[in-house]
Design a protein around this ligand. Structure first.
Ligand SMILES: Cc1cc2c(cc1C)[n+](S(=O)(=O)[O-])c1c(=O)[nH]c(=O)nc-1n2C[C@H](O)[C@H](O)[C@H](O)COP(=O)(O)O
Length: 491
């Protein structure tokens, strides 16, 4: 067993050891290839790097990517001082802003004071660590699409029926052939451990308890199997795939997902390269983790956590590849990130099982169309042609009314991202459970007030899609984080 004092001696670029989970690793030869850049490793040379390693790397990363000869074995770590709430680095005392954040956490409202999904965002803004908040919230460029995703729902109104017996409301529906309790799902969002030490396992547990589908991301912080093992035996989960340039790796991932019981393969098609998420880029600590795709040395390396993890993505993915996916799996195939009518029609013609109208939550191409507006235009065309596939939507869904508008327009279900991340990051399992509960309760109330008792009652006769002047959205505006240069200042 190695002494920690021995590890501390190896703290230079040419002779660099780090400790992860009580084991030492010689990363001297790996340091220049690290997708997240060398600076972050150097910062922890000769030290215990577990706390920065965990949120951004699946647990098997070192097994997979660092040769056995560099695994140096167990380290006898110095006696841990009793676990303080915050294990501050003695050389780096917490900033005023961090102290304020800790005070906010101590004074957090309890869950009984959380009335809607936006409340989770409000609490998250003042209690999450800046890096996680920046990564989760970040839209691309000026975040026009991020805002328009949500505001698009404000331009659609209902035509509620009255004098309907609405005593019993049934929210159950089918998605990709599976019976579900609720017509919304927890969509794929990477790096769950940035917000909560158990990351995507929190989402799996809460989704299972409420019969909600979880879409497991390729870039989860937790191991795929850890997340699946956390779910209930009969729980429905889908898998989101970032297609790897290496088709052999891709095939192994897809076949393993199928073996573990995934009921849908969602191929993300809107991210051949990552959008420019400036909040994420500004979050200092990941500046050193930045690595732009490809090896363009001249490129701007301050690309935040996002770029640090996506250099494997296949930028050459195209329609002709879909046959190959059809040949390697029986799972329903869904294209996640369709943003044009003709692409949607092409997917339907090719017999793809479904599409998600999505712009990645406004994190990719600025001025991509709000998915709800696409849905309004697309569904009449698809219905006229004899719709075969299922159409989903995600982006900006924050209220039951948003869910119900999408369903009236013909969506099979909607994906929700950030609200569940904020609920997880602030209140853990109970938070996600409450977020689902809040949305469920809102849906029952809204269905009653619309004169609908089951999902199949929801059709285009119940909504008015004429464009309207959008009133200023006070609540959304209040929680919405204004971009301030260069550092965040909590108001
Ligand atoms: C908020 C968020 C979204 C991400 C996401 C991470 C975060 C923090 N990540 S990302 O790191 O690559 O950008 C993924 C991802 O892993 N794969 C994916 O298909 N979509 C990803 N998305 C997009 C997500 O699946 C939904 O399209 C989006 O979250 C829906 O918008 P709302 O957040 O407004 O509900």
């Amino acid at each position: 067993m190695l002494d920690f004092e021995e590890v501390q001696k190896h703290n230079t670029k040419d002779d660099c050891w780090v400790v992860i989970h009580g084991k030492a690793y010689d990363v001297s030869k790996f340091i220049d290839e690290h997708p997240g850049g060398s600076a972050i490793i150097l910062k922890y040379a000769g030290k215990d790097a577990t706390k920065v390693f965990d949120p951004v790397h699946p647990p098997d990363t070192l097994e997979k990517y660092l040769g056995k000869e560099f695994h140096l074995g167990e380290v006898k770590m110095p006696e841990k001082t009793p676990k303080k709430e915050y294990d501050d680095d003695p050389d780096e005392p917490p900033s005023q802003e961090e102290l304020q954040r800790r005070l906010n956490i101590a004074n957090m409202p309890d869950l009984a004071q959380i009335y809607n999904l936006n409340d989770f965002e409000f609490v998250a803004r003042y209690t999450m660590n800046k890096i996680a908040w920046a990564y989760y919230l970040s839209g691309c460029d000026d975040e026009i699409t991020l805002r328009e995703n949500h505001l698009a729902f404000h331009r659609v109104f209902f035509k509620p029926k009255v004098l309907v017996d609405v005593t019993n409301v049934d929210l159950r529906t089918k998605m990709l052939g599976t019976e579900v309790e609720l017509p919304f799902y927890i969509t794929a969002t990477a790096l769950g451990k940035l917000g909560h030490p158990e990351g995507e396992r929190v989402l799996a547990r809460s989704a299972g308890k409420q019969g909600v589908i979880q879409m497991i991301p390729t870039l989860a912080s937790c191991l795929f199997d850890e997340i699946v093992d956390e779910s209930l035996p009969d729980q429905t989960q889908w898998f989101q795939l970032y297609v790897n340039k290496d088709r052999k790796v891709c095939r192994e991932i897809v076949e393993h997902a199928e073996r573990r019981g995934m009921k849908g393969l969602f191929i993300t098609v809107d991210a051949p390269q990552l959008g420019r998420r400036e909040k994420d880029m500004r979050s200092k600590n990941f500046e050193d983790l930045s690595h732009v795709q490809g090896d363009d040395e001249e490129a701007d390396r301050s690309q935040g956590a996002a770029r640090a993890i996506l250099s494997f993505i296949d930028t050459a993915l195209q329609w002709s590849d879909l046959e190959w996916f059809r040949s390697i799996t029986k799972m329903p195939l869904v294209l996640k990130g369709v943003q044009r009518i003709d692409d949607a029609l092409k997917a339907d013609e090719m017999g793809i099982d479904g599409i998600v109208l999505s712009n990645h939550g406004g994190r990719q191409l600025e001025f991509s169309p709000p998915p709800l507006e696409l849905l309004i235009e697309l569904m009449p065309i698809l219905k006229k042609r004899g719709l075969k596939m299922e159409v989903y939507l995600d982006g900006g869904v924050r209220r039951a009314t948003d869910v119900l508008k999408a369903l009236c327009l013909g969506a099979k279900g909607v994906g929700i991202g950030r609200p569940f991340l904020y609920a997880m990051s602030t209140y853990g399992d109970e938070g996600v459970y409450k977020a689902i509960q809040v949305l469920r309760d809102e849906m029952i109330m809204c269905m009653r007030l619309m004169g609908a008792t089951k999902i199949s009652d929801l059709d285009e006769s119940m909504i008015d899609v004429r464009r309207r002047e959008v009133v200023e959205d006070k609540l959304f505006g209040k929680v919405y984080e204004e971009l301030e240069s260069p550092a965040f200042k909590l108001k």
